[in-house]
Design a protein around this ligand. Sequence first.
Ligand code: SF4
Ligand code: SF4
Length: 360
Amino acid sequence: MAAKITLPVTNPQGYYEMRLESIGGLGANLSGKILGELGALYLGLNSANFASYGSEKRGSPVKSYIRWCAPEQEILINSSIETPHLLGLFHERLAGKIPVMAGVKPDAVVIVNTDQSVDVMRDRLKMHGGTLCCIDALNLAIEAKTRVNMVMLGAIAKASGFIPLDALEEVVKDTVGHKYPAALKSNLEGIHKGYNNITVKRFEPDGKYPYQEYKELERDWGYDNSPIGGINPIYGNTISNDLTASREGYIPIFKKDACIHCGMCDTTCPDMVYQFVKGEFKGKPSMVNLGPDYHHCKGCLRCVEVCPTDALTAALERDHDIWKDHVRNQDLVLEKMEFEEVGPNSWMRSESNIENELKY
Ligand code: SF4
Ligand code: SF4
């Protein structure tokens, strides 16, 4: 067990506070639990952790909160963390319409999963001031054959300036290591890669961007104004179902010529990604597979496993720049949705459906 530590900084209530902002599927909830256990069981602190998310599925916004204090003090509050000392952003696309930077003061440390530079990310985040750390957690996780959250945990430990690497290793061995022993080596490698590869830059508040006050996200649509059936235009929810940001580096590639239109991929895919239309196959009327609509694909690769003809193969998303750029630049909230009525027989098209119709 690592030695007890003294928190280097606390708020007036005596708490050191961390907030993780993520997208369902990237493992921020588990990271929060691990940090919660780390504080209480390995650093000699008092610790509390809880997470906030909507439907328990990939693609939805996730927040995880961790509060630490000295062992002689009790944690008497269980509220969301508004002005964190440390903020972890598990996906760069969170910079934009979701106010992830709210409450980040100049004494805060921000860690972002991105392959962009700290200067580019400061502008994208409109960061008032503080210490910004960038880590290419997605690609480092692919290299280590682990998940984004392990790399982010290593980066968070390093960026904090006081979380010992050996204590983090211990908690990971005793938690996910017990549950998934075969993945322990890769998970520890991911933590080391995160710890050793952050890029850090300090930005003084220079007036370039104003301080962003913390406020709860306001919804345009609610129970009193959404059409029957409900609409939640935030990514990953209901009909917009944008799962691009929850992918962890892999996508299925569709080879139309090898497809026999058997529908196995469509039956298997949990998110109805495949687009079938009436057509012809071998001179007979048939439903024809147009391929995946990547807008809705979370990259689980189950479709690749079931395809009987190798018409679907797994590929690294980063090798396909068109999708990488699409993911980076796409807004999280769909601007273009076309509706034909609302209710049980309605349909909608997102811009990605329309793109694919043109593409194929
Ligand atoms: S499982 Fe393979 S062959 Fe069958 S429809 Fe899907 S892509 Fe085509
Ligand atoms: S990888 Fe395949 S099965 Fe998984 S969500 Fe994407 S299209 Fe569906």
